[in-house]
Design a protein around this ligand. Structure first.
Ligand code: OGA
Ligand code: NI
Length: 355
């Protein structure tokens, strides 16, 4: 993924968060602490839950008379929240369970085993931690395993852990299913906006890629001022998130208010990424979200970042540019490259392509 590589020259590698956490004690390195939110009660357990009814994927793609109603629900969820939970998605509950298990087993391995898959400084794939380009960039309390998972022939197996054996096999299956879900969701998104069904999928292209990211959040001694992932939107077109089955942590921003994402058994969480915000000319939101930490339980999630063909031009659909709604975004190619550039600087990537 040379085109997306972080800037190796100025990057500093950090210690795995797991090592810091296992060191025990309440003293954490300064670089993880968000001064602006410390003690401000931002991680208040009394935050409201996101109260958006789950969407039935099977109904979205069926010929049932209730389909239109479900498409309307989808449009409304993506317009107001930028995300939704999905049920009847076709991903077997057993695959979801095995993915979590594989992730947990990988992070439980001895450090020297995990290090065999370490991400080189000029690469995106592999086992790694937050990187930063300046001393004042606050770090995230998470370790990750990041792999290009789809299409199969582009996998770089040197980064795919051999242990636990479950991981390679299950991720392969999970990625194929994720691609099916992605296609159904992109088609439903386009239909819900009155567009030709395949119009978003055409922009996404046949050479799109899915990157899998196993996020491991160790227990954190200072959940009052340390974030698992600081607030961001995703650079993908669509992200499919498998949440931990027990431990909450994901939060979404809507109208300047944070909402907790509830755990719904067997549901997947799907959010629009910046590239769907662009394609929909801003009708769909790429939601700002973050992950909070907690001192009692570790948490594992798996995010599948569905990323359009980098050769394709992504832009607002012509039909969505009208007298009432001018074109709000430039056309872009290889958006993740733009995304990483601004993300590293701590800026909002999407702003750079707004008109
Ligand atoms: C991400 C992300 C959410 C989660 O990896 O970009 O937002 O629940 N993850 O871990
Ligand atoms: Ni995210």
């Amino acid at each position: 993924m040379a085109g997306y590589a972080p800037s190796a020259k100025i990057e500093l590698q950090n210690k795995p968060v797991q090592e810091i956490a296992e060191g025990g004690g309440d003293v954490v390195p300064e670089r993880y602490i968000h001064r602006e939110i410390s003690g401000a009660g931002s991680f208040d357990a009394t935050l409201p839950y996101m109260d958006c009814a789950p969407i039935d994927l099977q109904l979205l793609s069926s010929s049932s008379p209730n389909r239109q109603e479900e498409l309307d629900k989808l449009r409304s969820a993506l317009h107001s929240w930028g995300c939704f939970q999905v049920v009847n998605h076709g991903m077997p509950a057993s695959s979801m369970g095995k993915m979590r298990e594989a992730g947990k087993q990988f992070f439980a391995l001895p450090m020297e085993e995990k290090r065999k898959y370490s991400r080189p400084v000029d690469d995106l794939e592999g086992y790694g931690h937050d990187t930063f380009v300046s001393e004042d960039r606050i770090l995230d309390w998470t370790d990750r395993l990041y792999l290009l998972a789809f299409p199969e022939e582009r996998r770089r197996l040197k980064f795919w852990p051999e242990k636990p054996p479950l991981l390679r096999e299950k991720l392969r299956e999970y990625a194929i299913k994720s691609q099916e879900i992605l296609e159904l969701v992109l088609n439903a998104m386009a239909l819900s906006l009155g567009l030709e069904e395949k119009s978003f999928l055409k922009q996404y292209g046949e050479n799109g890629m899915i990157f899998a990211r196993f996020n491991f959040y160790p227990r954190c001694p200072r959940p009052d001022c340390i974030l698992g992932i600081k607030q961001h939107s995703d650079g993908s077109a669509v992200t499919i998130v498998l949440q931990d089955e027990k431990v909450e942590g994901l939060q979404v921003l809507k109208d300047d208010q944070w909402f907790k994402v509830p755990i719904i058994p067997d549901a997947l969480f799907i959010n629009a990424g910046d590239q769907v915000e662009i394609m929909s000319n801003g009708i769909f939101k790429s939601p700002v979200h973050r992950v909070v930490t907690n001192s009692e339980s570790e948490r594992l999630s798996v995010a599948m970042f569905c990323t359009p063909d980098p050769e394709n031009e992504i832009g607002p659909s012509d039909e969505l540019i009208t007298d009432d709604r001018r074109q709000s975004y430039k056309k872009v190619k290889n958006y993740p490259m733009i995304y990483y550039h601004y993300y590293e600087l701590g800026e909002t990537p999407l702003s750079s392509v707004k008109i």
